[in-house]
Design a protein around this ligand. Sequence first.
Ligand code: 1HE
Length: 261
Amino acid sequence: MSKNDLHIEIQGDDKEIAVVRLSRPTKRNALNDGLILALRDTFDRMPSTVRAAVIHGEGEHFCAGLDLSELKERDAGEGLHHSRMWHTALERVQYGPVPVVAALHGAVVGGGLELASTCHIRVADASAFYALPEGSRGIFVGGGGSVRIPRLIGASRMADMMFTGRVYDATEGERVGFAQYLVPQGQAFAKALELAKRIAQNAPLTNYALMHALPRIAEQPADQGYMTEALIAAIAQSAPEAKTRVRAFLDGKAAKVKKQS
Ligand code: 1HE
């Protein structure tokens, strides 16, 4: 399937993995309105067999952010709606049907960083770099970045990036919390796919809880968080699949936790 420079390919024996590719390499995968709406529709209409997704960018860069050629004079109302359109689309990624692993390389900047921040896991290769050029372009983030990016790296680091144009390289980016995994150049997609396949094997209710309950619990006052956690834990463990999985371990038929070699 291909629409507006966004491609989706369904993979796996059970069609359980969706590979979503930003495919505007000549424009460094800059996100025009068509691409943002296609992203929204893709996650809205994900086939029901899919259990995990990978998102990546074609060419030398993950994503150059907002398509600046579409940045036109908007009155305040139009600007508000444009930003809200991004919010809707990126919320479909974050709170959509399946966990999403982002494979990052090259530029992960502006709206590209906002998109990466919506994903549940970020794998960066050694070529990745992170920046928020909005500061020097005289604009502000508008794709949820001011909510999500401080939760990854802290508000003071984000403010520094926008005040000073600071660029984080791949190693620094992993250290401050942009990416959970750092791999050699050219290996981000393979690692992201491996992780997505692993995630797809989890009980769907566990993945649902991690996507939809965990971030909300993390925002609740502790007392409410404990109660929400208890409710989710009770629901998850009551699923027949949870009982089967625990029984398999007790019968010696499930993998043990192993130290990384
Ligand atoms: C673009 C864009 C874009 C490239 N919109 N056309 N984002 C930025 O401010 C980042 C702007 N881009 C760059 O700094 C660089 O392009 C990159 C570091 C990403 C890549 O550099 P490079 O040398 O590989 O490519 P290039 O030669 O700069 O760009 C190739 C083409 O892509 C060129 O067009 P051409 O017709 O001359 O070939 C560029 O104009 C085009 N291009 N990036 C439009 N972003 C919800 S609010 C979010 C707000 C933001 O995201 S603001 C940050 C925008």
